[in-house]
Design a protein around this ligand. Structure first.
Ligand code: SIN
Length: 505
């Protein structure tokens, strides 16, 4: 096995990871290990923007806190939300200092938009609907100027490395061949591997967002929590044969309408705020409406927008739809919800500390409880940036030299790998999660799904790590954690469980 050593190891190359690198570079050498290019993570695709307590006064912050708490379905940790919002101005100034090209009006003022459940426009954006890509690119550009930064791509984390005292001392990775192992020892290990929404049949996330960070942390004995709390985005393009594609909530924030097959804005039947109701409410309403009128379809309509407005304001989404033969300026888009964001995950405090010393987690892989059971739109980029910055306060004092002998424990390199057919296993897993851990859940389906997932897991045996089978093992473990959590707390939060639902057993 190849071996390397570094002061700080960051696993995952999204906005949280790169922001952490930027914060840590003044304190030592940083190695960022990623599964693939920038486009392999969710940050790259973030369209809507970055939510900030715009104005940054005490009242602006309080409003942002209250909107976050309201959207979170009563399950946010208020003290954490106050920290999140309170750090907004600092991260905004940081982004301006690295020249992120946020959209501006002709007079030079920054443009802000609104999304659902925000009481005021407070979301800044870049390139219209390319905010994630432009923030990520600026961060990546900035950190690559430092000689203390190194980047390794095409490596998948497979095990957390611990010493005999239980201290995390780095991680072990699988290379591209799926067999070659690389061991990296580090003074601090930071997971920023993103969520697991791609484990669901329909997802807005890139394919590799399959919850690997949660799986390796769980195997290492780290506390995982709130895995039942998944967010489903309501307005996701639904064209047969095409991958789901997000139609940003900023469209609804700026007046787009959700209509049924009769052209009626039915969302007001479900919530007085209609299209601007919290995301979980809108997704559930779409789900229920499609059960009532399965043959009719549901659409997002922007055809009433002024001429050329859609193409100018949402250039990336407009172009993508046009390539699929859909002109959003003239034709309503067929939509159906898809899994979008993991609110639970590796339990951390507001400096990214997990329950294992030496291991930290930030961004979507972490559960800071700031989002409750339903994240307020565009608070995800805020969380990624705030936690990527705050990590430095936890780590700086505890940094150990990478030269130290970390005395690794004698854990086995064998892991329990499922023995089912890999392709069939993935198909089954995604369908099970979609059916049993989707927008509306019933306990009989949750139990049935869990039994099937456990049977696939139990079919396995200890074996040397091997890429494809290992990834499926991770997926099955995360699915199990999700279903077990639903079973434990079936009525909590935004993804509610019903006793029975016509058509569901
Ligand atoms: C969107 O643009 O609708 C997604 C933003 C988010 O997930 O908060």
């Amino acid at each position: 096995m190849k071996k390397e050593s570094v002061d700080f190891l960051v696993v995952g190359g999204g906005i949280a990871g790169y922001q952490a690198v930027l914060s840590l570079l003044p304190h030592g050498s940083v190695l960022l290990v990623s599964r693939g290019p920038l486009s392999s993570g969710s940050s790259y695709y973030a369209q809507g923007g970055l939510a900030l307590p715009w104005g940054f006064g005490a009242e602006d912050c309080e409003r942002h806190v209250q909107d976050t708490l309201r959207a979170g379905a009563g399950l946010c940790d208020e003290a954490s939300v106050r920290i999140l919002v309170g750090d907004g101005e600092k991260v905004w100034k940081g982004l301006l200092s690295i020249d992120v090209p946020f959209d501006q009006a002709p007079d030079g003022s920054f443009l802000t938009t609104r999304e659902a459940a925000h009481s005021v426009p407070r979301i800044v954006h870049a390139g219209g609907d390319r905010t994630g890509f432009l923030i990520l690119s600026a961060l990546a550009r900035k950190v690559s100027e430092s000689s203390s930064f190194r980047f390794l791509s095409n490596y998948q984390i497979c095990r957390i490395r611990k010493n005999r005292q239980g201290m995390v001392t780095g991680a072990i990775f699988l290379g591209e061949t799926g067999h070659d192992l690389l061991e990296i020892s580090a003074g601090a290990t930071i997971l920023s591997t993103g969520g697991g929404s791609s484990l669901f049949l329909r997802s807005t996330n890139p394919r590799l967002q399959r919850g690997d960070g949660v799986a390796v942390a769980a195997r290492a004995g780290c506390e995982i929590e709130r895995m039942a709390y998944y967010q489903f985005h309501p307005t996701v393009l639904d064209i047969p044969g095409q991958a789901p594609f997000l139609l940003t909530e900023a469209m609804r924030g700026e007046g787009a309408r959700v209509i049924n097959g009769q052209g009626r804005r039915f969302l007001f039947d479900y919530h007085p705020d209609g299209e601007l109701a919290p995301r979980d409410v809108v997704s559930r309403a779409l789900w229920l409406e499609s059960k009532k009128h399965p043959e009719e379809g549901i659409f997002l309509s922007l055809t009433h927008f002024p001429k050329d407005r859609v193409a100018q304001r949402f250039p990336q989404v407009y172009r993508h739809c046009l390539e699929l033969g859909l002109d959003l300026q003239t034709t309503p888009a067929p939509i159906r919800p898809a899994a979008h964001f993991q609110m639970g995950g590796i339990r951390t405090d507001m400096n990214g500390r997990t329950t294992l010393p030496g291991l930290f987690a930030i961004g979507e892989v972490a559960s800071t409880r700031v989002h409750g059971a339903n994240r307020l739109a565009s608070n995800s980029l805020l969380e990624a940036l705030v936690m990527g910055s705050r990590i430095v306060d936890a780590i700086d004092g505890g940094r150990r030299s990478s030269e130290e002998d970390h005395g690794e424990s004698d854990e086995s390199d064998q892991v329990f790998l499922p023995s089912v057919d890999i392709e069939e296993g993935w198909t089954r897993l995604r369908q099970i999660l979609w059916d049993s851990a989707g927008i509306v859940r019933t306990l009989p389906l949750v139990k049935k799904g869990l039994l099937e997932i456990c049977a696939m897991i139990d079919s396995g045996r200890p074996a040397p790590i091997e890429g494809a089978r290992f990834a499926l093992g991770n997926g099955l473990l995360v699915a199990k954690l999700i279903l077990e959590d639903i079973q434990t707390a079936p009525v909590a939060g935004a993804n509610y469980v019903v006793d029975e639902m016509p058509g569901l057993t």
